[in-house]
Design a binder for this molecule. Structure first.
Ligand SMILES: [Zn+2]
Length: 279
């Protein structure tokens, strides 16, 4: 019974693919958890068969799940509560506007003391480097791989102490900074880090705040980030599977101890990685 239903879904998917040669429909067998708050993920049935969509000027992920199409949208941490709108483009060139409602969420404050003062108040030379690196990372986060099929159920990338640190309103040495846009997992230096889902390595580098860093593309705007690593064991272009070792935990960049900073991005928006974990 289950198998024949699966075949039907596959068949339906094949027909959809044939009918839209311009943009083959993406078919997925799982979705992330929906959480309509700043830093969360909105999963909205489109009610149509759109070929692309945009939210806040960014392309959004559209996927067919159980024969219905859904928009899977990352909501920025600085999003206001209330009604949000996104646009769909249909095969006949028509546009459709849809809305969803974002609830308020107040993240708690976190105060951190950093002994290296330059990592809190960088000098002008550092600032040039930081600006360059942030545009490099922004470029990576906005890339779009049409051929990779994103997998939304991820494995924890490292064995360690998982903190619910996403979204914390951060103060470094008493000074307010951007909210924490990822999950910190504390582990000993040298602990292996594994790809949580299949993808292709987009970028690797050593960055001022993030230290040794990997950016991993899972397709259609789903992109993950790994920071403060001791060693990087992959190169841009390397194809990885769930569970492929990509490096080891370290304490490079702005840290108070060894840990992995892991972030997950949709439509160039940092969202809560826990929404992609099974447990
Ligand atoms: Zn972090």
């Amino acid at each position: 019974m289950e198998i024949s239903r699966f075949k039907q879904v596959l068949l339906a998917g094949a027909l959809i693919t044939v009918s839209h040669l311009a943009s083959a429909a993406l078919i997925v067998n799982s979705l992330p958890q929906s959480s309509m708050v700043p830093g969360g993920v909105a999963i909205i049935p489109t009610g149509v068969d759109a070929i692309s969509g945009r939210y806040k000027e960014q392309r959004i992920l559209l996927a067919n799940y159980n024969e219905d199409q859904y928009a899977i949208i990352g909501i920025p941490l600085n999003a206001h509560s209330g009604s949000h709108q996104f646009a769909l483009e249909l095969a006949d060139g028509q546009r459709k506007l849809l809305q969803f409602s974002v609830e308020d969420k107040v993240y708690v404050e976190q105060h951190i003391t950093i002994t290296n003062e330059r990592q809190v108040n960088p000098n002008s030379e550092d600032m040039i480097r930081i600006t360059q690196e942030s545009s490099e990372m922004n470029r990576a986060f906005s890339s779009w791989d049409e051929d990779l099929t994103p997998v939304f159920t991820m494995q924890v990338p490292v064995k360690g102490v998982r903190s619910s640190s996403f979204g914390l309103r951060r103060y470094f040495n008493g000074q307010p900074r951007n909210p924490h846009s990822g999950m910190d997992i504390a582990a000993d230096e040298g602990t292996p880090i594994y790809a949580p889902a299949p993808g292709i390595i987009l970028t690797t580098g050593n960055y001022f705040f993030n230290g040794n860093t990997i950016i991993l593309d899972h397709g259609h705007g789903l992109i993950s980030l790994y920071c403060h690593m001791n060693t990087i064991e992959v190169e841009p272009g390397t194809r990885v599977d769930s569970g492929t070792q990509i490096g080891k935990v370290g304490q490079t960049g702005r840290v108070t101890g060894p840990h992995l900073h892991w972030s997950v991005n949709l439509n160039n928006t940092r969202v809560d990685p826990s929404l992609f974990l099974l447990d």
